[in-house]
Design a protein around this ligand. Structure first.
Ligand SMILES: NC(=O)c1ccc[n+]([C@@H]2O[C@H](COP(=O)([O-])OP(=O)(O)OC[C@H]3O[C@@H](n4cnc5c(N)ncnc54)[C@H](OP(=O)(O)O)[C@@H]3O)[C@@H](O)[C@H]2O)c1
Length: 354
C-alpha cells in the first residue's frame, strides 16, 4: 500500500501518512462551491485513501460553508474509522458576518468554532486543531492558552498553526515551552514547485522548534499538472496570478516526468513530499482514480541530477538580508575548508522494519 508508512508529526508521538487527504472540495456550498463535489462523488475518494493505508485527514469549518466537515464526519462514521484516522480541522474565518466575535482567533470564537466543528464532524474530539489564518490582532498568549485548555478538556489531542508569519509561530512555540503548555506540532502552509517562499523562514523555524510542516496545494491547485497551458490558468487563478517564470517551470517539470515515465503531477507531489522539513503533503482530488495516481507519486525516487534541474528552475532568489545567509557571505564566517556543518536530520520513521 502506498501510504502505510507513517512518520511522526513534528516533535510529537502522532503518526501520520506522508500524503494527507484534503477535503476542501467535499460539499457544494460556500466559497469553494465552484469545484465542490457531492457526498456520493467524494465517497470513493475517501474510501480509496483509507484502502491505501492513509490516516491523515484535513478539513476546516470554512470549507464549503461547513459541508466538508459534515460530509467527512459521516464518511468517517460510515467506515467506522474514527479511532484510526488523524482528524484535522481549523478555525478562524467568520461564521456570522455581522458579529465581530464570530470570527478571528480570540478565545470566545475559538471555543465556539470547535464546538460547532465537533457537532458537524459527529465526534467528541479532534486529533489536530489548527488556527487557520493569523488575524493580526489576537495576542498569541491567548491562542496558546486556549488551545492548551482544549487539550486538557479532552476536546483536542494536538494543536498547530496554518498560514501565520514565522515569527508568530516561533513566539507561540516559545511561550508554550516556557510555560509548559501544549506545544504546536504542525504548521500547514502553501508549498509547491511554484511557491517555495516558506523555505526562507518557516521551514527552518519548524525544523528547529519541532513543528512538522504540512504542504497545502502541492500541485498549486492543478497548475503543476500542466493541464492549463492551453486554456485557463487553473483553480487558484483568483488568489494568485501565475508569472512568466511559473509558466516556464512547466517545461523542465515535463522533461523530468518524461524521463521518469510518470506524470508531471506525480513529480510535483514527490518533490514536495521529499523536501527537507516537510512532514506530509496535503493532496486534493476530484476522483478516486486521480487520487490513486497522486498516491503513486511516492513509488519512485527523483534522481539527484533531475532533482537539481527542478530545484534550479524553481528556486526563489534570496532577497535583502537573506542574501547574507547564502554561501557567498557565509564563507566569510566559516571558510569552506573547515568542514563545519549541521548533522543530517529528518523525521524518524514511526514504524521500524524489524
Ligand atoms: N490551510 C490553508 O489555508 C489551505 C488552503 C488551501 C488548501 N488547503 C488544504 O489542502 C488541500 C489540497 O489543496 P488543493 O486541492 O489546492 O491541492 P492540489 O493538490 O494542489 O490540487 C488539487 C487539484 O489538482 C487536480 N489534481 C489532483 N491530483 C491530480 C492528479 N494526480 N493528476 C492531475 N490532476 C490532479 C484536481 O483538480 P481538477 O481535477 O479540477 O483539475 C485537484 O482538485 C485542500 O483540500 C485543503 O485540505 C489548506
Amino acid at each position: 500500500m502506498p501510504l502505510d508508512q507513517y512518520y511522526l508529526l513534528g516533535r510529537s508521538g502522532l503518526r501520520v501518512s506522508r500524503l494527507a487527504l484534503g477535503t476542501m472540495n467535499f460539499g457544494t456550498g460556500g466559497f469553494h462551491a465552484a469545484y465542490g463535489k457531492t457526498e456520493d462523488e467524494v465517497r470513493p475518494i475517501f474510501r480509496k485513501y483509507l484502502d491505501e493505508g492513509g490516516n491523515f485527514l484535513d478539513t476546516a469549518d470554512f470549507y464549503t460553508a461547513g459541508e466538508s466537515e459534515t460530509i467527512l464526519g459521516r464518511l468517517v462514521t460510515e467506515a467506522n474509522v474514527r479511532e484510526r484516522v488523524v482528524l484535522t480541522t481549523k478555525f478562524t474565518n467568520s461564521v456570522d458576518p455581522g458579529d465581530p466575535n464570530a470570527g478571528g482567533n480570540g478565545r470566545k470564537h475559538l471555543v465556539r468554532a470547535l464546538e460547532a466543528s465537533l457537532r458537524r464532524l459527529g465526534t467528541d474530539y479532534v486529533d489536530l486543531f489548527l488556527l487557520h489564518t493569523w488575524d493580526r490582532l489576537t495576542p498569541v498568549e491567548e491562542v496558546v492558552h486556549t488551545l492548551d485548555d482544549l487539550v486538557r478538556a479532552g476536546k483536542i489531542r494536538y494543536a498547530g498553526l496554518s498560514d501565520v508569519p514565522a515569527w508568530y509561530a516561533a513566539r507561540a512555540q516559545s511561550i508554550a515551552e516556557a510555560h509548559s503548555l501544549t506545544p504546536m506540532i504542525n504548521l500547514q502552509l502553501p508549498y509547491s514547485l511554484v511557491q517555495r517562499e516558506i523555505e526562507t523562514e518557516h521551514v527552518p523555524m519548524g525544523r528547529h522548534l519541532g513543528l512538522g510542516v504540512t504542504a497545502w496545494s502541492p500541485l498549486a491547485g492543478g497548475f503543476l499538472t500542466g493541464k492549463y497551458r492551453d486554456g485557463g490558468a487553473g483553480r487558484l487563478s483568483d488568489a494568485q496570478t501565475w508569472t512568466e517564470r511559473d509558466w516556464q517551470l512547466l517545461k523542465p517539470l515535463e522533461e523530468v516526468a518524461g524521463k521518469l515515465g510518470v506524470t508531471m503531477a506525480q513529480v510535483a507531489i514527490n518533490w514536495v513530499a521529499t523536501q527537507p522539513g516537510i512532514a506530509s503533503a496535503i493532496v486534493g482530488a476530484s476522483s478516486a482514480e486521480q487520487l490513486g495516481k497522486s498516491m503513486a507519486a511516492l513509488d519512485f525516487e527523483i534522481p539527484l541530477e533531475l532533482r537539481a534541474q527542478l530545484d534550479e528552475a524553481s528556486a526563489v532568489p534570496p532577497a535583502s538580508v537573506y542574501r547574507m545567509f547564502t554561501a557567498q557571505y557565509q564563507n566569510w564566517i566559516v571558510t569552506p575548508d573547515t568542514k563545519v556543518g549541521d548533522k543530517p536530520d529528518g523525521y524518524a520513521p514511526a514504524v521500524r522494519n524489524w
